[in-house]
Design a protein around this ligand. Structure first.
Ligand code: F6R
Length: 636
């Protein structure tokens, strides 16, 4: 979703802010902007479209003296993606500028009050309302301290002059104004403020939207995500809800919004290197992230399998559940749905898998002791967090499965298993799903192990699974180049299609869902996934020669039925791509064979990812930043 970066230091701020924004581009955006203080003047530049447009505008200005600045990439929620709605937004009197992620739900009421006080708005955003609300609070405090006629709006120059002489008073006043305004704003925000009145400082605060500080030497950053400042520091402070941070070039302080007391914060060291957030010679981040999946498998398994046993110390304090409810969105939901088979067969635990946004908006009935397993790459998906909070309020234990260290999910769950996939930059999720699947499989085996279950009822034994997992990185290393070649051939052949069916049964059904999701989000080709058995209940009516079907199937007890389904499609002249294991005997227009392994899902997933990747690239689409999409969906 939207990206935020703020810099306070001694180096030129504008290039650093632009670089930070470019590292956040992957989150998806439609406009961008920057505010900085140049000789104490508040300068603001914004542009519609890609970051290059903003850079072109900045090239016409001089900003070399600025050592403090804030920037934003916007993904429209309130108002069209046009320049006047882009962030930063300044208050009417130029007292301050802010960037903001999230939504101020009561913005209309606040706007009405401010309008009656004479404020005029030039954008359609809730953010401009917040900027003016802070400025309104600021004016009131200035009047209180310095008497009538002291409003900042009327005396900007004079106040800048005064604040030069006694900056601590103005920092204090700004802090109070900022807090007062935020207490009146309902909803979600990660907000960062810059003002000529406090020329050495940046203010930041969060409520239900991610915001973190980068702790450097003689410089500090604030950002919505780590990659924004990763080349400069790996030391991070995660802000919690209702905390305010005040940064300068020599220090930072975090306070509680409610009490005003200083909060002591822990500094976390991020184990990523900048290489992990770079394309590494690949044409796109997505391709890099697909191709690095053997490494992801190794990293994800590291230390978790010892002497044939699964070791997950994060779960030491959590009892083996009697029921599990999995909550997630999008690709993470697909990983959860896939794991239901393993959790039920290896751990003998009944599992319900639900889309978080559906779950949280009804009155769900949960069994006593039901463990909530929340899955999210980013750990910041608003609906997933909403579902998590609902379950916690009802007293359920929440286990999180998450990739981003220190994310909201990781901090709010009772225990968290990190997927250790490294930064996922491409908007479309690939390696994160693979790592989620590894952990879910380990988790299923781990609970089976803790229950001392023998494998009589399991489709695959624990031992087969562990051996399969351990051999997977090497198998995938060898296979990926061939998968890419085949994906490329198929993409060229099927690029004519306007619609695709994806079919799967059993373990392959969730993969079919994921294949269809990847194809539509990247290539904009309509793709629909069905459990193979459902075809004859309606969807098959659509089959015709130009409507291809992508079948994913494994050498298991379901295959005879899948083959019948394929024949039904073929007898209606439908073309079929069959992604199957070598022992699956069937004749289709296009056969795509996977080697025989005990865990073919881990080979089929990259194959399908590559098919969508090659299709999107061949059709000339924006692979890493598909239209209308954002990396982490922090709005509901
Ligand atoms: C699809 C995709 C999305 C995410 C979904 C949940 O490629 O990336 O469907 O999977 O928005 O995101 P997380 O896992 O961050 O909660």
């Amino acid at each position: 979703m939207c990206g935020i970066i703020g810099y306070c230091g001694r180096r030129p701020a504008v290039p650093l802010v632009i670089e930070g924004l470019s590292r956040l581009e992957y989150r998806g955006y439609d406009s961008s902007g920057i505010a900085y203080l140049q000789a104490r003047r508040l300068e603001l530049v914004r542009a519609e479209g890609k970051l290059a447009m903003l850079e072109n505008k900045l090239a016409e200005r001089s900003s070399s003296l600025a050592t403090i600045g804030i920037g934003h990439t916007r993904w429209a929620t309130h108002g069209l993606p046009v320049e006047r709605n882009a962030h930063p937004h300044r208050s009417q009197n130029d007292a301050l500028a802010i960037v903001h992620n999230g939504i101020i739900e009561n913005y209309q009421e606040l706007k009405d009050v401010l309008s009656s006080e004479g404020y005029v708005f030039s954008s359609d955003t809730d953010t401009e309302v917040l900027a003016n609300l802070i400025s309104f609070e600021l004016d009131s405090l200035l009047v209180e301290r310095f008497g009538q006629g002291a409003e900042f709006s009327k005396k900007v120059e004079e106040y800048i002059e005064k604040s030069n002489q006694n900056s601590s008073i103005f920092i204090e006043i700004m802090e109070e104004a900022f807090s007062n305004a935020l207490k009146k704003a309902h909803g979600a925000y990660a907000v960062v403020l810059l003002s000529p009145m406090i020329p050495q400082n940046i203010f930041a605060a969060r409520l239900a939207a991610p915001l973190l500080l980068g702790i450097g030497v003689g410089e500090f950053f604030v950002a919505s995500d780590v990659p924004a400042f990763l080349p400069y520091t790996k030391d991070v402070v995660f802000l919690e809800d209702k905390e305010i941070a005040i940064l300068s070039d020599s220090s930072y302080e975090v306070k509680s919004l409610e009490t005003g007391h200083v909060v002591k914060k822990e500094i976390h060291h991020i184990p990523w290197d900048i290489q992990g957030a770079a394309k590494d010679g690949h044409k796109h981040f997505m391709l890099k992230e697909i191709m690095e999946q053997p490494k992801v498998l190794r990293d994800c398994l590291a230390g978790r399998v010892q002497d044939g046993k699964i070791v997950l110390p994060e779960l030491d304090g959590i009892a083996v559940p009697t029921r599990i409810r999995i909550l997630a969105c999008g690709t993470s939901y697909n990983a959860g749905l896939w794991s239901q088979h393993y959790l039920e067969s290896l751990a003998q635990i009944p599992v319900t898998v639900e889309i978080a946004s559906e779950f949280r908006y009804r009155k769900p009935l949960l069994s006593t002791g039901e463990l909530i397993l929340v899955i999210s790459q980013s750990g910041e998906t608003a609906d997933t967090l909403g579902a998590l909070r609902l379950c916690k309020e009802r007293g359920h234990t929440v286990l999180g499965l998450c990739n981003v260290l220190g994310s909201s999910l990781a901090r709010e769950a009772d225990a968290t298993l990190y997927t250790q996939a490294g930064p996922e930059i491409s908007v479309a999720s690939t390696k994160a799903m693979l790592s989620q699947m590894v952990l879910l499989l380990l988790l299923s085996s781990y609970w089976g192990q803790r229950k001392n279950l023998y494998d009589d009822n399991a489709v695959k034994t624990r031992e087969t699974i562990l051996q399969g997992l351990i051999s997977l990185p090497a198998v995938l290393d060898d296979l990926l180049p061939a998968l890419r070649k085949k994906a490329n051939e198929l993409a060229r052949k099927y690029a004519f299609a306007h619609s695709f069916f994806y079919l799967g049964r059993g373990l392959a059904y969730a993969l079919a869902l994921e294949g269809a999701l990847k194809l539509k989000e990247l290539s904009y080709i309509h793709a629909e996934a069905y459990a193979s058995g459902e075809m004859k209940h309606g969807p098959i009516a659509l089959i015709e020669p130009d409507f291809p079907t992508f079948v994913v199937a494994f050498d298991d007890e379901h295959f005879p039925k899948v083959r019948s389904g394929i024949l039904e499609v073929q007898s209606r002249q439908g073309k079929v791509i069959a992604l199957v294991q070598e022992n699956c005997h069937v004749e289709c227009e296009d056969m795509w064979y996977l080697p025989e392994t005990s865990l073919p899902e881990f080979l089929a997933l990259p194959a399908m990812q590559l098919f969508s990747y090659e299709m999107a690239d061949y059709l000339g689409k924006d692979v890493d930043q598909p239209r209308n999409l954002a990396k982490s969906v922090t709005v509901e």
